[in-house]
Write a protein that binds this ligand. Structure first.
Ligand code: DHB
Length: 308
């Protein structure tokens, strides 16, 4: 059974691919995703210049997920621009994640990406791990300014990666901006920023940067991710596609995100922990569940969460 989907009118063979984050920073890692069962290839969020990232340990798997403070280690946008033709050879959509340290950086990178064959761009407004750089998505004025500037120049379908929101008033404010600027898709959620996990034996945090504060991912965050997907499905213009991410571990999780309103999903922690086989496993589980329930397409269930 094939369950295709579309993001910003780009065809995806199925709805599951990698989140920008784990194992997507080098050509070797991206080729592995290209050869895997992932429906698309997403690159690590890039910056203007290459970055080493934060000191290690900066990622730790936890009983129900992960915590990280990677600090945007990446090769610099020029290398990802050069890689696009190589990645396109895998025959699936290539999505470039961009996370400039300032607006001018984002503008320069997006201009260069305009001239590539990348299919989609995900502008990251939610990195929690760069010291001294607050998450843009929590600053509505700055988000408005960034989107005003970038939507004028971008020629690729542009979506935004959002931090999790927790308050209905905040959802309303950010959704109004996303509708006003007509972004093409929204990816939610980024990790829950600035969590703290303590190792009681060592009497210390489990990661080194920022005194142990880092982005929480995996099963801990799934209900928050589902809430964000569902609330945005209610508030966003129906032309804006939603990609769900946060704590997806199996086919049933994918089903729940589609019910909440997502058109596709991304895998972060589970990909880091299980490796590239995770894409085919979770797709198979999702297909089997859909078949068992008698559904033949994603659109039959998308956003159809029932009321109790
Ligand atoms: C990093 C973490 C994020 O959550 C993100 O959106 C971008 C970068 C990082 O620490 O590398």
């Amino acid at each position: 059974m094939s369950l295709p989907t579309k993001i910003a009118n780009v065809d995806f063979e199925h709805c599951i691919f990698n989140a920008s984050g784990p194992s997507c920073a080098t050509l070797e890692e991206l080729d592995i995703i290209g050869k895997s069962g992932a429906a698309a290839i997403m690159t690590k969020s890039c910056t203007l210049k290459p970055r080493e990232g934060n000191p290690e340990p900066r990622y730790t798997g936890l009983p129900l997920g992960s915590i990280n403070s990677m600090g945007l280690p990446n090769l610099g946008y020029k290398k990802y621009v050069e890689m696009v033709p190589l990645l396109k050879k895998h025959g699936k959509p290539v999505v470039m994640s961009v996370s400039g340290l300032c607006l001018a950086d984002n503008i320069e990178m997006l201009r260069a990406i305009n001239d590539t064959d990348a299919d989609l761009v995900e502008l990251n407004l939610s990195c929690p791990n760069v010291v001294g750089k607050p998450q843009i998505g929590y600053d509505f004025e700055q988000t408005d300014e960034v989107l005003t500037k970038v939507m004028k120049l971008v020629r690729k379908p542009l979506g935004v990666k959002l931090p999790p929101y927790f308050d209905f008033a905040h959802y309303k404010q950010i959704a109004e901006l996303l509708n006003k600027h007509k972004v093409k898709f929204v990816t939610c959620i980024n990790s829950i920023g600035n969590a703290l996990y303590i190792d009681p034996d060592k009497e210390a945090p489990v990661i080194k940067p920022k005194g142990g504060f880092g982005g929480l991912g995996g099963k801990y965050v799934k209900p928050t991710a589902l809430a964000n997907v569902h609330k945005f499905a209610e508030l966003l213009d129906p032309s804006i596609d939603i990609i769900g991410v946060g704590g997806i571990n199996n086919g049933t999780d994918v089903f729940e995100f589609i019910l909440a309103g997502a058109k596709a999903v991304q895998l972060g922690t589970v990909f880091q922990e299980e490796g590239p086989e995770t894409f085919a496993r979770i797709e198979k589980e999702f297909n089997e569940l859909m078949k068992k329930k008698g559904y033949a397409s994603i659109e039959e269930i998308r956003g159809k969460l029932k009321a109790l």
